[in-house]
Design a protein around this ligand. Structure first.
Ligand code: FAD
Ligand code: UDP
Length: 372
């Protein structure tokens, strides 16, 4: 029987839409070109039995009670607050930059109320804050910018901080106290049995059929008249007719260290100035599992390969807008997700957007503006 919706992509965007629509009585067929569900949040056990994230470390955090409660229908949680150290001048220092970072780096003994005056003495006020360089120089000044941000950003994006929109570096706060958590959100948890298990439960509904290992391009003709929810790269949907939208890719070097119980003191260590990789993540910190050995991943940014990050800068936004205009002129298709909306969204933002998209589709029968 013909489904009511064909959903392309079984990540957060596609899976949340599928569940909401199915619970409203719609028949949903969900495809993904990969051999598994979960999109980039997919996790699996490696050959040594350690739960790893093949597409890089995924830590769940949100300020949205609605998002947290929605996902809680499909998983229980393990409390986990992510901590990150950056290797700078041969030392491991807290990032986001906080009181302790500054005191350790410069051999100071600033009290909490002395940190902002110190930052005021080194910061380079910028107005307006247009680029990521503006953001960092405006908050912490040149030396901290060069030590913690410029090299990391150059590696991660292949661009200088000044070539990226403000929102990229604005993801990282500056703190005057000793809070060394990477995220400040009110909900910080990992799915207790992993992301894939959570996706399995979300998609376990009689209204949903799942077909992995299936590329949209190979099957699109088989669904005439079926409303499509597309969560892949928007430029690919339109055969790159306006040119390719830049996406940043990564190569993940996974390694198991059989004789090592703990490789590093925290979940992630960033390498702003050393090595070709940006960061190393040790999964057992994230999952709370105990193993005799340990599994880690190094992330090597690259231009070519699977698209992982939209690249936030004005010229790319302008090109995206041209695809967005095409999307608006294409009836019967809804675009939602990090690659389809060309937005540097975290998982919770995708869940929120997908919930709204699916609810709007049910209300209006048409694609909502926010998702186009
Ligand atoms: P995706 O997960 O990319 O899913 C899209 C799916 O569509 C993919 O499975 C793809 O195979 C499929 N697809 C594409 N084209 C086709 C086609 N033609 N036919 C069939 N299927 C197709 N967020 C956080 O909140 N916390 C984190 O710690 C975090 N860490 C991250 C680390 C890395 C390295 C990366 C890359 C991202 C991270 N994110 C994190 C962001 C998070 O991955 C995304 O917000 C979220 O996964 C996006 O979900 P999505 O459904 O939009 O896209
Ligand atoms: N960043 C940096 N140094 C760091 C951490 C982050 O320069 O130690 C900058 C860099 O440009 C990075 C951005 O801040 O791409 C966002 O960092 P985040 O950790 O949020 O990136 P993600 O986890 O999405 O890869």
């Amino acid at each position: 029987m013909k489904p009511d919706y064909l959903i392309v992509g079984a990540g957060f965007a596609g899976s949340v839409c599928a569940r909401v629509l199915a619970e409203a009585g719609r028949r949903v067929h969900l495809i993904d070109k990969r051999e598994h569900i979960g999109g980039n949040a997919y996790d699996q056990r490696d050959a040594h039995g350690v739960l790893i994230h093949p597409y890089g470390p995924h830590i769940f955090h949100t300020n949205s009670k609605k998002v947290f409660e929605y996902l809680s229908r499909f998983t229980t949680w393990r409390f986990y607050e992510h901590r990150v150290l950056a290797q700078v001048d041969g030392r491991l220092l807290p990032i986001p930059i906080n009181r302790s970072t500054i005191n350790q780096l410069y051999g100071l003994n600033l009290g909490e109320d002395e940190v902002q005056p110190y930052l005021d003495s080194v910061r380079e006020p910028r107005e307006p804050l247009q680029t990521s360089e503006d953001v960092v120089l405006n908050s912490v000044g040149r030396d901290l910018c060069d030590k913690f941000f410029r090299g990391y950003t150059r590696k991660q994006w292949g661009l200088d901080l000044s070539q990226l929109s403000a929102g990229v570096a604005a993801r990282i706060p500056t703190r005057c106290n000793d809070d060394d958590r990477y995220f400040g959100d009110s909900f910080q948890f990992m799915p207790a049995e992993g992301y894939t298990r959570m996706f399995e439960r979300m998609l376990d509904h009689p209204g949903i059929t799942v077909q992995t290992g299936t590329d949209f391009r190979a099957v699109r003709e088989q669904f005439p008249g079926v409303h499509i929810i597309y969560t892949g790269p928007i430029d690919a949907f339109f055969d790159h007719c306006h040119g390719a939208l830049p996406y940043r890719s990564l190569s993940f070097a996974h390694e198991h260290l059989a004789g090592t119980e703990q490789f590093q003191p925290v979940g992630t260590v960033n390498y702003p100035n050393d090595h070709d990789y940006t960061r190393i993540t040790e999964f057992k910190h994230l999952t709370g599992e105990t193993h005799a050995g340990t599994s880690i991943v190094r992330e090597y940014p690259q231009a070519e390969g699977d698209p992982y990050y939209p690249v936030p800068r004005p010229e790319n936004e302008a090109l995206y807008k041209r695809y967005q205009a095409l999307a608006e002129a294409t009836p019967g298709v809804t675009f939602v997700g990090r690659l389809a909306q060309y937005r540097y969204y975290n998982m919770d933002q995708i869940v929120a957007t997908a919930l709204k998209t699916a609810e709007d589709l049910l209300q209006t029968g048409a694609a909502p503006e926010a998702a186009r």
